[in-house]
Design a protein around this ligand. Sequence first.
Ligand code: HEM
Length: 401
Amino acid sequence: MLSSFAVPYIDASVPVLREHGVAITRHFYDAMFRAHPELKNLFNLGNQANGAQQQSLAAAVFAYAANHRNPGVLTPVVERIVHKHVSVGIRAEHYPIVGRHLLDAIQQVLGEAAAPPLLAAWDEAYWVLAKTLIEAEKRLYGQLGTEPGALRALVVSELRDESEDVRSFYLRDEAGGSPGAFLPGQYVSVAVTQDGLRQLRQYSLSDAPEQPWWRISVKREAGHDDVPAGRVSNWLHANLKVGDRLEVGPACGDFAPALQDATPIALLSAGVGITPMVAVLNALALRNPQRPTLFAHAARHGRQHALRDAVAAAREHMPALRRLSFYEAPTAEDRPAEDYTHVGRMDVAVVLDRIGVDAEFYLCGPIGFMQAQWQGLVASGVRATRIHREVFGPELLDHLL
Ligand code: HEM
């Protein structure tokens, strides 16, 4: 809770800071990385390059301030940040550094308007949120039984090309077994060091926890328009061989469907967003095969349809599994009905015809896909509380501002 002293300053300055949000976080990162270059090892410099992380951190602090009377709105956002922070190894000692540079940046950008009481109010707001995060992160580190920033060297036991640009890497512990339990839908951070700079990236685990491995399925990214080339993903494709070791963090993430429910479940994905969905599907096939399930995927064409054997394999155990495949531009090799069921983008009407509005819906894919599905589902009468989503990369929080 913010003090009665801070509230009027926060209320008056939220609109101004929202307007300058991106400039503030840009100042913030520039100054922080100058003073603490070692922190570059924690941040995704690809997101820095395209501005996504700037917007996300700025948006999170201002969204918190904008919603201080109704902090419950932010609970899912806080949950997501906590998992991401634990995945990359954020420590309590990092918070004063971030807080100091954020306050300096607010002062820089607001200039004379940044009077001492206003800065004190923002300092207070930052620390209310920071304490919530620190506490929750401490709890999660404890539950996972891991120290902040601890990575394990896992052994690559197998490689498998899943499509023209997605390759699976099977990872085992030194004894040849599974690296540990996780919830289907969760991800891990992977560390790669190039030219002295360590970078972390998150990849969903793409197979069921029952398997004696962790599997990640990574898309090679050439880079185009505002999508930077995949520095870590491309390195993994080019360099990682069977027998190599890869540094991996704990399994994290709050996108984890309840598997034991009887409610119908719809897993809707596009592109490489199929990865967490296959983990969920494979776990359902083992744990709750009677559950009415729809697996719907959108790809450009068959050569980009990764992990496509998963549905056929799951169907052997899941009598009530239904499948939809939407290909935007099928090639001559793609067989109608067999490889794809529909031409074009994923169509909400077709999805709902197969599973009904009372299912639980899980979405993963590019932002445009998720927005279209979300809006389509809600407009067709699906309750928003039944729609869950996993965004790859920092989630933009503009809707809370
Ligand atoms: C109140 C304080 C903080 C807030 C509100 C905050 C907010 C956020 C948000 C919104 C994300 C993106 C989550 C997502 O959607 O994936 C994020 C990720 C991240 N945060 Fe924080 N954060 C805070 C403190 C810190 C601190 C103290 C550090 C450590 C230096 C830090 C380092 C990171 C890193 C490394 C990521 C991952 C994104 C990337 O790879 O670039 N954050 N944070």
